[in-house]
Design a protein around this ligand. Structure first.
Ligand code: ATP
Length: 432
């Protein structure tokens, strides 16, 4: 009988170093013969306060079935491609102990680092993943998650068990891929201009998304420093991505240890809740309604408006890091019908995307047209208008329709401000 063996872990890194994907990669290299799939990089609720960076949890999957499986190319190590095998992991306790030893060896101790690891040996529904990607799970749940697992280990307050379980509970659909290159303990320093050159090269293959933000001069494939990740390239075709990554490390002489391919939920919008009638703090939503109060700006270049929808009135915002997205936000006027998507934090929906459904016609009060000469009258003050040619008077203003510098359509924040989970504007081919 076929058995699913799902191994998940999370929360091994601190702001000073490490990345949980690195531990997943070395574990995948070590147990490649037993893997049934790519390592899974599962992004969870992007608004969670405990996250170090991108709230990513990891899982490795083993599937012991009597038939031979087609091998997958999951990475590149010591000049060779790395394949999955079809051997069956026999001793789950031994697997658990060995992986936990690696986690203990490589995890970065820190006040906010609470590693957790679980193994499940049964099929799991995706309910727990759904909760973890859209909401907040209380620490009290950790005990029962441990009980339900076949094997578990944790350190600190054990919060990593939540992400570890959620990573196992992800169904694997819909998905994208990310290929990451590593050097331990920290990635080589790459000059900013060279980073832009590499990102441009990768982008021009036409196989990737969220690679470069030319306008804001951000080579998005390069992460923040202090981790072993050199770069991460995202797209839909795992083998093409791996070839591109191998080409990059050779072409640009990048000192690296290995490259690993992950199947991920990045770019899927899985964090967004549709159809809610109440907004909860730390969750992300798309709501549809009309603008009822036009944009105001505060110091620092943060813009706010008010939208009325069937859940009431909600403040929406475009913050400074969303750069040129604020230009779209600024153009929204009272009466515009929009779908607003973003994270609900501190009573405000922080937008990552706007779908402008219908623009309201907006009029400006001004001097009326002279009915006799068809010329626009002049404002004489005190509510009086007078025609400059025939001197006819009017006490009623006229209204001029304003041109809108906006078209209906979908507008997303630029690549430099894009969340891992958000569906990007430049998706090649769409989701599987
Ligand atoms: P990196 O992306 O660099 O791997 P990170 O940003 O993923 O780091 P972690 O260090 O993994 O951050 O910390 C996130 C913590 O929050 C983990 O302990 C994880 O179990 C927990 N967590 C994740 N999602 C939820 C959730 N929805 N509810 C409660 N806890 C969560």
């Amino acid at each position: 009988m076929a058995t699913d063996i799902l191994l998940g872990f999370d929360d091994t890194d601190s702001r000073d170093g490490m990345c949980t994907t690195y531990i997943a990669s070395i574990t995948a290299l070590k147990f490649r013969e037993f893997l049934s799939d790519y390592p899974m990089l599962v992004r969870l609720n992007p608004n969670i306060p405990y996250k170090t960076r991108g709230n990513g949890a990891l899982s490795l999957r083993f599937f012991c079935e009597p038939v031979k499986r087609e091998a997958k190319i999951i990475g590149y190590h010591q000049g060779r491609y790395v394949y999955t095998g079809s051997s069956c992991i026999g001793d789950i306790e031994k697997l658990g102990r060995e992986v936990w030893d690696e986690i203990r060896r490589f995890s970065m101790p820190g006040e906010n680092t609470n590693p957790g690891m679980v193994i499940f040996t049964r099929k799991m529904g995706d309910d727990f993943y759904r909760k973890a990607v859209t909401g907040v799970i209380e620490n009290e749940k950790i005990g029962s998650l441990i009980q339900e697992s076949t094997f578990s280990r944790h350190m600190g307050n054990g919060r990593g068990i939540i992400g570890a379980t959620a990573a196992c509970s992800w169904s694997g659909y819909p998905f994208t891929y990310e290929v990451m290159a590593y050097r331990f303990p920290s990635a080589p320093v790459v000059d900013e201009n060279v980073k832009m050159m590499i990102a441009d090269f990768v982008d021009k293959t036409g196989k990737t998304f969220n690679t470069i933000d030319r306008k804001n001069k951000v080579a998005a494939i390069f992460p923040n420093p202090r981790t072993p990740v050199i770069f991460g390239i995202r797209g839909m075709d795992p083998e093409a991505l791996l070839r591109i990554a191998v080409d990059v490390v050779h072409r640009f002489s990048i000192d690296h240890d290995f490259i690993m391919t992950f199947r991920t939920n990045q770019g899927t919008d899985d964090h967004i809740i549709h159809g809610a009638d109440v907004l909860r703090e730390y969750s992300s939503y798309c709501i549809t309604g009309r603008i009822v109060k036009g944009p105001t700006v505060i110091e620092g270049g943060h813009y706010f408006s008010l939208i009325e929808w069937y859940g009431g009135k909600t403040k929406i915002a475009a913050f400074e890091p969303t750069k040129e997205f604020r230009k779209v936000f600024r153009e929204l006027k009272n009466g515009d019908l929009i779908e607003a998507c973003g994270s609900y934090m501190g009573g405000t929906l922080n937008l990552e995307r706007i779908n402008v459904i219908a623009l309201a016609r907006t009029f400006e009060k001004g001097p009326p047209m002279c009915p006799a000469c068809k010329r626009r009258m002049k404002n004489r003050g005190g509510g009086e208008y007078r025609c400059p040619s025939c001197s006819r008077k009017s006490f009623l203003p006229g209204f001029v329709e304003l041109n809108r510098n906006l078209l209906p359509g979908i507008y997303s924040v630029p690549v430099c401000a894009m969340r891992h989970l958000s569906r990007p504007g430049d998706f090649p081919g769409g989701l599987a």
